[in-house]
Write a protein that binds this ligand. Sequence first.
Ligand code: FES
Length: 143
Amino acid sequence: MALYSETVMDHFRNPRNVGIIEDADGVGEAGNPVCGDIMKIYLKIDDDRIADVKFETFGCGSAIASSSMATELIKGKPVSEAMALTNKAVTEALDGLPAHKLHCSVLAEEAIQAAFKDYYDKNHIPYDASLFQGRSCHKEADA
Ligand code: FES
């Protein structure tokens, strides 16, 4: 069996939503200190929906595929739904990642969360700080 699914290869070769949004409502970055890969997410939010989302990823193929899939999964969705995106959902939508590459999908979840936090902060929207803490993804990804 191939190491990477057809879906991963497709999103790696033809990543969706690459780029930046100049007037983004929220920008978030996540990095992995072990591999050194970095992911940046730009969100445009309109009427409580993800009107647009773009990413820049300096990283491995799995990180690029994860960013691409994650942006596709949240585009057009209500903020509450997009915020609930987990690395597990990204991995499943990619038809799986090798165990040692699960951390690449975590970057997507973390960068999106950071972008939402930035959006909340910039707009002075009150939120429960625990919303952005203790996400379970780390444990799963490190397993
Ligand atoms: Fe680090 Fe993929 S190897 S994000």
